[in-house]
Unconditional design. Structure first.
Length: 153
């Protein structure tokens, strides 16, 4: 099953990490993504392993577990592995297909090439990450704790 370019662009545009990207930048990301099919029961990521790719689910379902406990079931339009594009750190969860699953995959190598080709994407990612960090701080860090810390200004 081949996905239309419009659908690929829509899927990538729905990823929070790419929300600040222009249509032109999304086109470059779309060109770097690869469509893949996996059978049911296939481990797509393994907790503790270093991340080398990010995936957006086109069709199918993926079970996400941490330390053997289910934390999510993801379906079409959902994505995982986005943080590994940025830091290459070990995975925090295992993702396993529950049924035949079709994904768009962006490897860290392909993503690095996008950033080299189009550095404006890098700046937009930093902006989105800063916004996310501010939202988390506002939601979860009490103002009294912030005022007591000299390194927060």
């Amino acid at each position: 099953m081949r996905v239309t370019k419009k659908r690929r662009l829509d899927l990538l545009g729905s990823v929070w990490l790419f929300e600040g990207c222009s249509r032109r930048e999304l086109n470059v990301l779309e060109g770097a993504a690869t469509e893949m099919n996996f059978p049911a029961g296939k481990a797509l990521t393994q907790q503790g392993e270093h991340g080398r790719h990010f995936m957006v689910i086109v069709e199918g379902e993926v079970d996400v577990t941490r330390d053997g406990t289910q934390i999510a079931v993801l379906g079409p339009g959902s994505f995982f592995g986005e943080m590994s594009l940025l830091d290459g750190q070990p995975r925090t969860a295992t993702a396993t297909t529950l049924e035949p699953t079709h994904v768009l995959m962006l490897t860290t190598a392909a993503f690095s090439e996008v950033l080299t080709t189009m550095p404006s994407v890098d700046r937009k990612l930093l902006s989105v990450l800063a916004k996310r960090l501010r939202d988390i701080e506002a939601r979860y860090v009490p103002a009294t704790e912030l005022s007591a810390r000299s390194d927060f200004v």
